[in-house]
Write a protein that binds this ligand. Sequence first.
Ligand code: FAE
Length: 547
Amino acid sequence: MSDSVMHDKGSKGVSRRRFIAGTSSILGAVALAGHPTAAQAKAAAAAAPIDPGAHVPVLVIGTGYGGSVAALRLAQAGIDVHMIEMGMAWDTPGSDGKIFCNTTSPDYRSYWLRTKTKQPISNFLGFPIDKNTPRHTGILDAEEMGGIIVYQGRGVGGGSLVNGGMAVTPRRENFGAVLPSVNADEMYGTYYPRANAGLGVSTIDPAWFDTVDCYQYARVGRKHAQRSGFPFIFVPDVYDWDYMKQEAAGTVPKSAVAGEILYGNNHGKKSLQQTYIAQAKATGKVTISPLHKVTSVAPAAGGGYTVVIDQINTNGDTTTTKTVTADKVFFAAGSVGTSKLLVKLKATGALPNLNSETGKGWGDNGNVMCGRANHLWDPTGKVQSGIPCSGIDNWAAGGAFAEVAPLPTGIETYASFYLSITKNPNRAQFSWNAAAGKVDLNWQTAWKQASIDMAKTIFDKINAKEGTIYRTDLFGTYKIWGDHLTYHPLGGAVLNKATDNYGRLHGHPGLYVIDGSLIPGNTSVNPFVTITALAERNIEKIIATDL
Ligand code: FAE
């Protein structure tokens, strides 16, 4: 419990008891929450998955940003593509009529094969807020990789299902450090614009921002940033801002304004299901197998590759193992998914020619979280849009870019909350643990100190200026920093090292990497626009020369 925090605001009559009462009604008592409907179970079973023994020209592993770009552009070039996705299709409502559950009431839909939630903010007023849920192939994976929990989206659309939609192009002067072997003129002239158009990126109307209740938290963030002399910037997003205006006005069903984020948005957000994947399906050349997990890829006797796939049910149990063949295979399983597959396949001899860079160069995009306890005259609002729209840019001076993030609890918390992206220099490596039969990552929790130091260049200054302190109740008891996690895994099959300069894996022609694993650990801002733009660049070259 953060007594110092309570003390800070206690004088104006918000009693400790009222805070706790509000918290428990909003965040829910520990309970077994909801079960899948018969309709959902049937829909999962009725999907038209790939047949055992099938042969496909192109198989794409994963349906996130890289995979969706590859599928669309290959299909437009006339090539049939089959996409394999370990998560669910997320196209069928549950018993409450909604496809996705709310952030304040996580149920069976929330977490990937856990019996208890693993919320990024684990505590409130010092009390643990995780709750029991039935084990299910839920939408958010909190994957524990030794020294770090890596949050990832699971389902058709990958990370686009769960993320905040912040669609940020790095400042051009930082690009050389992000992707040193890539021509910046081409990226900023062609591929970033193409990615932004394909994703449906736009920026909040500043006049509306200034008036609406649901961004009071961001206006407080702006005031504090500017009073300490930091540049405050609006950050583009893929959320439909016109829809959000109607939500705020009460004329359409609410999503962001009802605090939806992390476990899916029922309205308003243009996830990949609404953009690249919808377009890819419309070509008639792309099919998808949800609840299918690739476990092996190896050269086939007659050319091409043999791919082994486990079909799973919503409990995560394998129901069938299928073997198919593909002329070409794109690894788009995300930084962790692709790296784990490649490291295992190299070590076990399935893909022996992969080079020694495989599994190296992994970083967490320098993610670190913190909250600040505001004075009572600086409330951040009971209603907070789940979609962030702004940031504090101290990259050049202090190595930190901080999202002004929501804390959508439904009650006034007097907290300002931030996810910082920092220039953390540490890089980890995936390796095969033969004894345990799994892939390990050697990230050390202590390596986050560099990120904390960089984030402090912003928040120590703001706290000094405002006479405020850090929240200590959000990540445990008396713990300021959320230094145990990342939302932005990057690297593990780095461009121009584990692959050539367009994502072709060395030693095995016809195998490609096309996701966040190509990027060496940091993008200086939120990563998915860069992942999408790089995929657009690489697939254009691959279609022109290899297919
Ligand atoms: P990703 O989107 O993770 O897709 C990989 C897909 O492959 C997933 O659907 C997996 O289920 C699937 N898969 C994995 N292994 C297998 C297998 N063996 N067989 C079959 N399928 C498999 O990869 N980024 C931003 O730029 N802005 C934001 O606002 C933002 N907010 C975020 C908030 C949260 C909570 C999280 C978790 C992430 C956020 N991100 C954000 C990060 C962003 O979503 C992430 O960088 C991209 O999704 C990564 O894209 P990839 O294509 O690499």
